[in-house]
Write a protein that binds this ligand. Structure first.
Ligand code: ZN
Length: 251
């Protein structure tokens, strides 16, 4: 890992009025959650089309049956917990160095680590919502009911079909979250993209929004990303080593 880049980035963060962290799947895989898009990833073992919004609308019972299998694959491991990167990001927020965390991850691990200002671009796996009345429920009991054969699980209040509160393929991103993410990117002095290949929207364009707004762009990822060529800092490192090192450099 490039220690001089970490130290220089720490100095920029220390001076920033508004610093924003953006996280992708690479932050979750370090906690043992399988990767989606890489070779051997989830989408080589599951058919993306089964998790499309249109499929949920047309065949909610079959959607939920496949969803249970996917959930088991993703979160079946009881050991899943925030890793050193989640913890360092939460510490950077609590010490005033980071103002918001924008994430594409739906696993709730930023919240569990103690991050408070989290913008969830792809929703959250910890809730489900009624498609008719909008009421939201904790996902765990809903999933348990589905596993017991209630397919699809329905709203106790109005009998509407429940949907996981994650953004499905073919479903638009939550507009409020996307707007807040763009605003934070635009306002940022430092935009720190972590564990994302930055190739899929909106991950691909948020670094541009930040740079056009005058931000210093830092990328931390094991491999080259869509923004590495224009980043001010392109740190190729394990996120669970780079983020604690950044926290140390600021303490
Ligand atoms: Zn309802």
């Amino acid at each position: 890992m490039d220690a001089s880049a970490i130290n220089a980035l720490a100095a920029d963060l220390a001076e920033a009025d508004h610093a924003v962290v953006f996280t992708g799947a690479g932050v979750s895989t370090a906690s043992g959650i399988p990767d989606f898009r890489s070779e051997g990833g989830i989408w080589e073992r599951f058919d993306q089309r089964d998790f499309h919004y249109r499929r949920f609308q047309a065949e909610p019972a079959d959607f939920w049956a496949d969803r249970l299998d996917l959930q088991e694959e993703l979160y079946g491991n009881d050991e899943i917990a925030p890793n050193a990167a989640h913890e360092a990001i939460a510490d950077l927020e609590s010490t005033g160095h980071v103002d918001a965390v924008i994430t594409q991850n739906v696993d709730g691990l930023h919240d569990e680590a103690g991050s408070e200002r989290v913008i969830r671009l792809h929703g959250t796996a910890s809730r489900a919502s009624c498609q008719d009345c909008g009421e939201r429920f904790a996902a765990e009991p809903v999933t348990a009911r589905a596993a017991d054969g209630e397919l699809p699980p329905r709203c106790p209040a109005c009998d509407g079909v429940l949907k996981p509160d994650t953004v499905l393929f073919g479903e638009p991103l939550p507009t409020g979250a996307l707007q807040r993410a763009r605003q934070h990117a635009n306002d940022a002095d430092v935009f720190l993209a972590i564990g994302s290949s930055l190739t899929v929207e909106p991950a691909a364009s948020l670094p541009d929004v930040a740079q056009r707004g005058g931000a210093t762009l830092a990328v931390v990822n094991l491999e080259s990303t869509g923004a590495s060529g224009r980043a001010d800092y392109d740190v190729r490192a394990d996120v669970t080593e780079a983020l604690p090192a950044l926290r140390e450099a600021l303490s």
